[in-house]
Design a protein around this ligand. Structure first.
Ligand SMILES: [Fe+2]
Length: 600
């Protein structure tokens, strides 16, 4: 039985294909269209998934859409009417876009895929999130928390998953949303909503949570895990452009200038910002204020999530927790849930945002609607498109790019390890691209985590990121505990997907400074031989050569672009950046004195 899951029209559009309950392929549309967070109908992702399964639309038994468009439309209409006339613009735009396309998704799916009306099913938004976590987990029974901006009406939910069923126990309705609260601060701190939330999380350790009391004026948290926003401070319910209003600014002061560089006395002034301004001390004090605001909203978000998790435990009595929804990408909060609540084991969907709803919708259809037994566990995140040796070689030859093919893996790895030890920055593209926002060693930029200057080198050469954004470490799963405070590290699924921030062991912080954040933490990825043998062997070989089986891993993209997919995109990124070596499968391309050469 073939089931296609689709999510689109909100944040990240994606498609996923299930064959007899086993995931065949899953990908976000942005990887094909090169439009970051592309939310349009995911035709390219669908074509890729069908191709991966050797299918046409007519071979599909069901197509499941990740939410219920009419309920969502109802929410837009009702909240627009409640806030009229402030909402007149949102109302007008919603009418145009929803009456044009979004409401008629069933017909669009029928038309594009050639499937009968009876084959198109709908899940609801938070059910898709819940299914994407529980049905991908190895657990027979678990509590399930979903937390995001908003679905149809729901912004957070608690369910219990048992076998092939998911039963919802509780939910929190719009406009009370911890995701939208976090987004309001993301905008206030000068970052793009739905994109800059990581930056707020990275900025927080540079500040102190001095304004928690003020944040508490915006959100009332009840002891049972529920919460309410004071809507006097917000306008996301009636505006598309603004999330917070004048009362919010009266409370916190003017928002941060999005164009201003962020640095503090702790971060120092990075060279890639250019000439240091004469008033940099004054500017860094200003930045410290914003870092304090970031620390405060992060602290309150953690408080909300810890209470939701604590309550989930009390209501269900279960020791296992599944999570999804955009807020479940808050890896600092996730680490705390593991450490500070009675849950012993967590599973978090790696594509916890709306893209993940495609997998959730398909699994919901298969198990909850059709009652089919569970066979699948998402053990890894490599579900995207693969580029074969033939495609790589013909691209290189057609474009007269000098390369060397090192077919023997041992030699290829030894070559890359040498380059890493020389302090080179490597573009590493292997196998199928990752599902979800994190690069997990198949579309990654790699560097030596032992070098204190490597953060600046990678930022100066490629990423141009603010100094508060930490780089993540990939570590051998079986050696993670030597470096990170995560007991039984190899057992934890979220660590495979870079979804926990934990302390770097105090005596190891000097050994891996490039991936140790200012507060001594790291967002580790544990790498297993069974799920990514080549990446495992690379880190292992680097460990044998250097004594440290840890590599700096950041996503293979230029700032603001989606992660690369094809050899052409990887090469373009390599050429446009200061990367030194590009490894595409077995093919190695190098730069010598900044120029692409056949060296090696
Ligand atoms: Fe969502």
């Amino acid at each position: 039985m073939n089931i296609l899951g689709i999510s689109c029209y909100f944040h990240d559009a994606a498609a996923a294909l299930l064959a007899d309950g086993m995931l065949v392929a899953a990908a976000e549309e942005e990887r094909f269209t090169r439009k970051k967070h592309d939310y349009e109908f995911p035709q390219n992702a669908i074509d890729f998934c069908l191709g991966a399964g050797g299918l046409n639309g007519a071979d599909l038994d069901y197509v499941v859409f990740f939410e219920k468009p009419f309920l969502k439309f109802e929410r837009l209409i009702i909240s627009s009417l409640q806030t009229f006339p402030h909402s007149h613009k949102v109302f007008r735009e919603a009418m145009i876009s929803w009456l044009g396309d979004k409401l008629w998704i069933k017909h669009l799916i029928q038309k594009r895929l050639g499937v009968a009306e009876s084959k198109v099913l709908f899940s609801d938004h938070h059910m898709s999130h819940a299914a994407s976590a529980f049905f991908c987990s190895p657990f027979d029974e678990a509590a399930i928390l979903t937390v995001d901006g908003v679905g149809e009406w729901t912004t957070a939910s608690l369910s219990v998953g048992k076998g092939r069923e998911i039963k919802r126990l509780k939910e929190i309705p719009f406009p009370h949303s911890v995701g939208l609260l976090y987004s309001a601060f993301t905008a206030f701190l000068g970052f793009e909503v739905n994109e800059g939330e990581y930056k707020v999380m990275g900025m927080a350790p540079f500040g102190k949570p001095r304004y928690v009391d003020k944040v508490h004026k915006l959100i009332h948290i009840d002891g049972d895990g529920s919460f309410e926003l004071d809507m006097d401070y917000f306008c996301f319910h009636h505006s598309k452009e603004q999330t917070y209003n004048k009362k919010f600014v009266d409370l916190f002061g003017p928002p941060r200038n999005p164009k201003a560089n962020f640095f503090t006395a702790t971060s120092g002034y990075p060279c890639y910002f250019g000439v240091k301004p004469s008033n940099w001390e004054e500017l860094s004090r200003e930045n410290e204020f914003y870092a304090d605001v970031a620390a405060s909203i992060q602290a309150v978000t953690e408080e909300v999530l810890l209470q939701l998790a604590q309550n989930a435990y009390e209501e269900t009595g279960l020791k296992r927790l599944c999570m999804a929804g955009g807020v479940a990408l808050n890896s600092v909060a996730n680490g705390k849930i593991l450490r500070e609540t009675p849950f012993e084991s967590l599973y978090i969907q790696p594509a916890a945002g709306d893209g993940g709803g495609a997998v959730g919708a398909a699994l919901y259809g298969y198990h909850a609607v059709l009652g089919k037994p569970r066979r699948f566990v998402m053990e890894h995140g490599y579900w995207g498109q693969e580029q074969g040796a033939g495609e790589i070689e013909s691209f290189l030859k057609e474009n007269e790019i000098p390369f060397r093919c090192i077919e023997k893996e041992e030699n290829l790895i030894a070559h890359v390890v040498d380059r890493l030890e020389e302090g080179k920055v490597i573009g590493w593209s292997q196998g199928r691209f990752e599902w979800g926002p994190r690069a997990l060693g198949n579309r990654s930029i790699l560097a030596d985590a032992r070098r204190a200057d490597m953060k600046d080198i990678v930022n100066t050469k490629i990423k141009f990121r603010e100094p508060f954004r930490p780089f993540a470490p990939s570590v051998l799963a079986d050696r993670a505990e030597e470096f990170f405070v995560l007991p039984d590290a190899a057992e934890h699924y979220p660590a495979r997907f870079m979804l926990y921030v934990v302390d770097v062991k105090e005596d190891k912080r000097e050994a891996i400074p490039a991936i140790t954040h200012v507060d001594g933490t790291g967002r580790l990825q544990t790498v297993r031989k069974e799920t990514n043998p080549r990446y495992y062997r690379l880190i292992d070989a680097f460990g044998q050569a250097s004594g440290v089986p840890v590599i700096l891993n950041t996503s293979f993209n230029l700032r603001g672009e989606p992660i690369v997919n094809t050899p052409k995109e990887a090469f373009h990124t390599f050429r446009e950046s200061g990367m030194d070596v590009l490894v595409l499968g077995d093919y190695v391309i190098e730069k010598c004195a900044g120029k692409i050469s056949g060296r090696g």
